[in-house]
Design a protein around this ligand. Structure first.
Ligand code: ATP
Ligand code: MG
Length: 556
């Protein structure tokens, strides 16, 4: 398959193909315009892959532009995290990072131009009055009594706003469009408001800030954006986008196209709700692996390639829909199945003592890191008389379906010998604490000569040589597929979304795991070393995803 054939196709790419073919554009320029008021989430990953992906495939450029017109809600920490996330996803922006605030001088001048043309006015209606004048979807609005102020007076009033002589909420600058329009966004929308707020980029230079709809189209035009891609809720606002560009002196006219946002089952994506989760400590920060943020997926062990693959699989359309978690999990599972080295970790350890193995002897077994990819090499796993196995992998008696260790039956220890259990110790509550057995010394890498091939294989670690690790098992954060629709989304949170196992035993090679490095813990799932709490000797592993899709089963 050629590179071009591998590219995704969607209605936006079809529009671009046509624009290039008929000469409307000779090159493509897109942008990704996050507001730095929170961490990026998986929905943003969709928009990033779309915008940067198009720039890549058409040899065009994609800008990173911070849409920073709302200083009270924004923060430099978000500016930094967003840049890190875009880079981590594998993309790079054209030239320097852009900010809408880079254009505050130009935007101000465009506003003055609109006033001079009689297309903008300073309005003193208070919030309640403004609401009443705006009308509703069923009723037209009414003209503001300030709509016919003279150009000269409006210029003076806007200068007064800029000079800090008007209070917040006292007045706003509005575009003069049409109070009877069926598009609410055209009913003389606010384009500037007064805010005495410190801005992370422009400090205290401004006390008037432009509104999103006024800023966005002009920023696109200033940057020479050809295709401005945004989510469907801005469909109506396209009229305002075009109105502003038609009415100011600017040459380049970008066009806005809308696509449907990503919704993911069992997930909330609104920044307000994500803020609540963080602020009310319902999760442990923006990068808590249960969050839908890019930083959280990274910490949980998702790879950039798996998120890009997810974006490709869900595609880009104009249809609203909700994607099943299984689609996302399949992407990371396929990636890690191919690429994650195997290792052994015992999450709920009980001892297995091999009584016929020389006490004190330690054998260094060479074990393949991947069952089918020899290029991933081998590692040394120590074997000794005292091992740990999973409690659930031993039973005193069991039927044939249970292919693990049973008294008087044989099982293979992964990468090592065949063992047979002979007896066990129990605590006062009847829980097995230690299993005793014998090994067959002639079964390393081969079946027993007597033809009794054991049915099962279990994982293990050598007791003395293993190391302690904390293992965090994550589950969905919400109990219902659409938590955003719940009246109180906190009431539908899953109480078992994090289970911490503090005394797991893992094989010694895992001491060298790097932060975010992924492994398949044999028979348990995919895990990665935590990038925050696993410092120095402390080993913490996060479960990225289980070995199989368990969602379908849970939902039915
Ligand atoms: P808020 O929740 O604060 O309104 P937002 O989710 O729209 O914010 P922005 O920072 O404004 O966040 O988004 C940047 C870009 O990412 C926009 O172009 C937006 O359309 C896109 N985007 C945001 N959420 C999604 C989503 N769920 N699916 C696809 N694209 C999204
Ligand atoms: Mg937004």
């Amino acid at each position: 398959m050629s590179e071009a054939e591998k590219r995704p196709t969607n209605f936006i790419r079809q529009i671009i193909d046509a624009d290039l073919e008929n000469g409307k554009h000779s090159s493509v320029q897109t942008r990704f315009p996050p507001e730095p008021n929170g961490f990026l989430h998986i929905g943003h990953a969709k928009a990033i892959c779309l915008n940067f992906g198009i720039a890549q495939d058409y040899q065009g450029l994609c800008n990173l532009r911070f849409d920073d017109t709302n200083p009270e809600k924004e923060d430099i920490d978000y500016v930094n995290s967003i840049q890190e996330d875009v880079k981590w996803l594998g993309f790079d922006w054209a030239g320097k990072v852009h900010y809408s605030s880079d254009y505050f001088d130009q935007l101000h001048d465009f506003a003055v131009e609109l006033i001079e043309k009689g297309l903008a006015y300073v309005c003193f209606l208070n919030a309640d009055e403004a609401r009443e004048y705006r009308g509703s979807l069923k009723a037209p609005g009414k003209n503001s009594p300030f709509r016919d102020t003279s150009v000269a007076d409006n210029l003076a009033l806007f200068a007064k706003m800029k000079a800090g002589k008007c209070a917040e909420g006292e007045c706003v600058l509005r575009a003069k469009i049409d109070m009877t329009s069926s598009f609410m966004c055209l009913r003389d929308p606010i384009i500037y408001r007064v805010r005495f707020a410190h801005h992370h980029q422009t400090a205290d230079k401004w006390c008037i800030y432009p509104m999103y709809d006024f800023t966005h189209c002009l920023s696109d035009a200033i940057e020479g954006i050809t295709h401005s891609l945004c989510t469907l809720e801005f469909q109506d606002n396209r009229r305002l986008y075009d109105w502003v560009l038609e009415n100011v002196s600017i040459d380049v006219v970008p066009h806005q196209y809308e696509f449907s946002r990503l919704n993911l089952e069992y997930t909330v994506m609104s920044k307000r709700k994500l803020h609540t989760l963080v602020d009310e400590k319902l999760v442990n920060g923006w990068d808590d692996p249960r969050m839908p943020t890019i930083a959280a997926f990274r910490r949980r062990g998702y790879t950039p390639g798996s998120l890009r693959e997810f974006a490709k699989r869900i595609g880009v359309t104009k249809m609203d829909n909700t994607v099943e978690i299984g689609v996302l999990e399949a992407c990371i599972r396929e990636d890690l199945n191919d690429n994650a080295p195997r290792a052994m970790a015992v999450l709920d350890p009980i001892k297995l003592v091999i009584e016929n193995y020389p006490a004190g002897q330690v054998e260094e077994l060479t074990v393949k890191n991947h069952p089918s990819d020899d290029e991933q090499g081998t590692r040394i796993v120590p074997f000794a008389a005292e091992l740990y196995i999973e409690a659930e992998d031993f039973r005193e008696e069991a039927n044939k379906k249970y292919k693990r260790l049973v008294l008087d039956k044989a099982v293979r220890l992964r990468g090592a010998y065949v063992v047979t259990a002979t007896r066990c110790d129990k605590d006062s509550e009847g829980n097995v604490t230690t299993v005793y057995g014998n090994y067959n010394a002639d079964t390393l890498g081969k079946n027993p000569e007597d033809g009794t091939k054991p049915k099962g294989v279990i994982h293990w670690v050598a007791a003395q040589q293993s190391i302690d690790a904390e293992i965090r098992l994550y589950d969905r954060l919400f109990n219902i597929p659409n938590p955003a629709a719940a009246e109180n989304f906190q009431s539908v949170m899953n109480e078992d979304s994090l289970i911490t196992i503090s005394h797991a035993k893992v094989e010694p090679s895992l001491a060298n795991a790097k932060p975010e490095q992924a492994f398949q813990f044999e028979r348990q799932g995919y895990f990665c070393r935590d990038n925050k709490d696993s410092q120095g000797d402390k080993l913490v592993f996060n479960r990225t995803v289980g070995l199989r899709d368990t969602w379908a089963k849970m939902d039915n």
